[in-house]
Design a protein around this ligand. Structure first.
Ligand SMILES: Cc1cc2nc3c(=O)[nH]c(=O)nc-3n(C[C@H](O)[C@H](O)[C@H](O)COP(=O)(O)O)c2cc1C
Length: 189
């Protein structure tokens, strides 16, 4: 897909992937396009960790799901729907995707989180334009302090995870555009 507006309009979160691995070349292209995002003072305060080791992905998933299902965590989960999702038997935060890309930001740079999240959107759109699917990994972000997760997702010293996505070949693509409410817009004229 090459029309930019078509890519923008049709991107959806993908939650079902085939077993086909994503090629190294495709993963590199996603990162090449991610880093075209703007950054504060062009500091580019990011690093990318790409996990394609299936055993590592399985272990990360186990650690995160265990954390999400812990009673103290469940108590703090204000949304009933979220509780249902994470407690569903066999819940896999990665939905079987073969690759995880974590974007970590330099703690010494004030704009790092913002910069990494802008890079993530470039990555989502590039993946979609190439026929790949992505899912933003919010649950993974909640496990920043989990030692097992930190061990399996190495980031440079002084960096923290700021955005993450799984990438894969879509098995099932959601139908049609995602619903959007009209946002509040305040015009100051
Ligand atoms: C910050 C953020 C965190 C997200 N975390 C998750 C997640 O952990 N698991 C998941 O299945 N989807 C996650 N999503 C995907 C959203 O649910 C999805 O973008 C939203 O429902 C809109 O659907 P669309 O992407 O198909 O337009 C996340 C999205 C964002 C922006």
């Amino acid at each position: 897909m090459s029309d930019f507006f078509e890519v923008l309009r049709t991107r959806r979160t993908v939650r079902s992937y085939t077993d086909e691995p994503v090629s190294r070349q495709d993963l590199e292209e996603l990162i090449d396009n991610a880093i075209l995002a703007p950054t504060g003072m062009n500091l580019q305060p990011w690093a990318f960790t790409v996990v394609t080791d299936r055993a590592a992905l399985r272990k990360i998933n186990e650690a995160v799901v265990k954390m999400l299902r812990a009673p103290d965590f469940q108590k703090r989960m204000e949304n009933e729907r979220l509780r249902e999702i994470v407690n569903a038997p066999g819940y896999d935060i990665f939905y079987g995707a073969p690759a995880l890309i974590v974007i970590s930001g330099n703690d010494r740079v004030g704009s790092a989180a913002f910069d990494c999240q802008l890079a993530a959107e470039n990555l989502f759109l590039t993946a979609h334009a190439k026929g790949l699917g992505t899912c933003c990994m919010g649950f993974l972000m909640l496990s920043q302090d989990n030692p097992e997760v930190a061990r399996l997702i190495p980031v440079p010293e002084g960096f923290h995870m700021r955005a993450a996505a799984v990438v894969g070949h879509p098995d099932v693509r959601p139908d049609g555009p995602s619903e959007r409410n009209a946002p509040p817009v305040i015009w100051v004229e």
